[in-house]
Design a protein around this ligand. Structure first.
Ligand code: G3P
Length: 247
C-alpha cells in the first residue's frame, strides 16, 4: 500500500500567512514530506509566491500582481492580515524560495496560477528557475489550466506535471493523461475508490486537496492516495503515525 505523502498547502497556512517564508519554515519543521507553492508573475516578469491574482486579500495593498513590479510588490506587508506577529513578511520571488528550499530534502509542488490570467511564458520561466536550482526531479508542476500542463510537457516530457481539478468527469485520469499530465490533483469531495482504481490503471499518482479534517486524512491514507495537501501538516503527520500504528 502506498504511504500517503503530506504536502503543506501554501505552507503551514493555519499557523502563518500562506505562501510566506514563515509558513514554509514551520511546515518544514512539522515533518511534512512536501510543500505546495502558488506562482504568479509581476509586471516585470518575476515569478512570485502568492495565491490570488489580486494582492488585496493577503497584503495591505490593492490591485493585481501583474500591475506591480517586483520592487513595488516586495514592499507590501504580506503578514499583518493574518496576525501582527507577521507584519515583517513580504511576497518572495520563486528564486528566493528555491534558494532556501534546495537545502530542505522535501518534495515540491509548484502550482502555476494560470486559471484566471494566462501569464505569457510563465511555464518556461518557472521551468528555467527549477532547472537552474536543480530542483526539477523533486518537483511536480500543476495547474487548473490544461494548456499550462501541455506547455510544461512540451518543454520537457520528463518533468512531473499534474492536472488540478474540482470538476468531476468520466474517465478523468485518461483525460488528464491524454493532455500530458503525469498525475492528478483533485478536490477532496471527488475522491472515491473508482477514481483511485482508474489512476492506478494509468499509473498516475493521485493527490487530494485540501485535506484538513482527520476523517478525510484517514480516508486518503486508507485509499492509498499518493499525497494530500493540508493547511495543518503537523496534525496530518500525527494522524498518519496513528493510522500506521493501527495497521
Ligand atoms: O494545489 C492544490 C490546491 O492548492 C489547489 O487549490 O485554490 O488552493 O490553489 P487552490
Amino acid at each position: 500500500m502506498t504511504r500517503t505523502m503530506i504536502y503543506a498547502h501554501r505552507g503551514a497556512s493555519k499557523l502563518a500567512p500562506e505562501n510566506t517564508m514563515p509558513a514554509y519554515e514551520i511546515a518544514s519543521e512539522s515533518g511534512a514530506d512536501g510543500l505546495e507553492i502558488d506562482v504568479q508573475l509581476t509586471k516585470d516578469n518575476i515569478p512570485v509566491l502568492i495565491h490570488d491574482e489580486n494582492v488585496r486579500r493577503t497584503t495591505n495593498g490593492t490591485g493585481f500582481v501583474q500591475d506591480y513590479t517586483y520592487d513595488e510588490i516586495k514592499r507590501l506587508d504580506a503578514g499583518s492580515w493574518f496576525s501582527s506577529k507577521f507584519s515583517d513578511c513580504s511576497i518572495v520571488t520563486l528564486d528566493y524560495f528555491l534558494r532556501w528550499f534546495k537545502n530542505q530534502s522535501m518534495k515540491l509542488n509548484v502550482e502555476l496560477k494560470t486559471n484566471v490570467i494566462e501569464y505569457k511564458d510563465i511555464e518556461q520561466m518557472v521551468y528555467d528557475r527549477l532547472s537552474f536550482h536543480r530542483m526539477l526531479e523533486h518537483t511536480v508542476i500543476s495547474s487548473f489550466n490544461l494548456s499550462s500542463v501541455e506547455k510544461v510537457t512540451a518543454i520537457d516530457p520528463n518533468v512531473q506535471t499534474a492536472f488540478l481539478t474540482s470538476t468531476k468527469r468520466r474517465h478523468l485520469p485518461k483525460f488528464a493523461h491524454t493532455h500530458g499530465a503525469s498525475s492528478l490533483h483533485v478536490k477532496y469531495r471527488m475522491l472515491d475508490k473508482n477514481l483511485v482504481k482508474q489512476c492506478h490503471h494509468h499509473r498516475m499518482p493521485l493527490r487530494v486537496y485540501t485535506v484538513n479534517r482527520p476523517s478525510w486524512m484517514t480516508k486518503c491514507f486508507k485509499l492509498g492516495c499518493e499525497g494530500i495537501f493540508t493547511d495543518v501538516p503537523h496534525e496530518a503527520v500525527e494522524y498518519r503515525k496513528l493510522f500506521e500504528s493501527k495497521k
